[in-house]
Design a protein around this ligand. Structure first.
Ligand code: GAR
Length: 195
């Protein structure tokens, strides 16, 4: 797989740790980012190649995404994982990889899509939230769900505290889900057809 990140990359790290075992049936061929993200250090540590394609170097979103796609495709991955990749990808990018493009999101979708899911859940007074791993479609966090896990929101919990607890569950679910895809226990074509 190729993993795309924007930030600290703790989900990436969980995948790198898992893939370090010969018993784990998936490998990370490269890590990409839209900025010189801190999380790229995890790739360096594991000797995994990385690339940065920053939108600020391009005239349009489309031109940026085309270069990002070229970098991804160079590695000929069977799966592309958005693990904290905080940009919306144009339809051409999504279509080129679909359904082998998945995203992990810190809420129980369809609740709280977008870039501020944890904040939005607390603001809405929700008592439960979680993680959704889904196939990426052309909308924002609207693609078919592959796996979800829920979590109670504790009274008085801050956004940071809740997000850290979500990420503990998220890392586990992502590692399990990618393995299930690699072992063909989950068929992304089928997931896309059903929804
Ligand atoms: C994760 O919780 C991921 O679900 C979220 O960013 C975090 C990245 O953490 N993504 C989104 O909110 C996308 N809408 P990490 O960099 O430590 O893996």
């Amino acid at each position: 797989m190729v993993v795309l990140i924007s930030g600290g990359g703790s989900n990436l790290r969980a995948l790198l740790d898992a893939a370090d075992s010969p018993l784990y049936g998936a490998r990370i061929m490269a890590v990409g980012a839209d900025n010189p993200a801190d999380g790229l250090a995890h790739a360096d540590l594991f000797g995994v190649p990385s690339f940065v394609v920053s939108p600020s170097n391009f005239d349009s979103r489309e031109a940026w995404a085309e270069m990002l796609l070229e970098n991804v495709n160079f590695f000929k991955p069977d799966l592309v994982v958005l693990a904290g990749f905080m940009r919306i990808l144009p339809a051409e990018f999504v279509r080129a990889l679909s359904p082998k493009l998945i995203n992990t999101h810190p809420s129980l979708l369809p609740n709280f899509p977008g870039a501020h899911a944890v904040h939005d859940a607390i603001s809405a007074g929700a008592t439960e939230t979680g993680v959704t791993i889904h196939v990426v479609d052309e909308g924002v966090d609207t693609g078919p769900h592959i796996a979800q896990r829920s979590l109670k929101i504790l009274p008085g919990e801050s956004e940071g505290e809740l997000h850290e607890r979500i990420k503990v569950v998220e890392r586990e679910l992502l590692v399990e889900t990618v393995l299930a895809i690699a072992e063909k226990k989950i068929d992304l074509n089928q997931v896309s057809k059903i929804s």
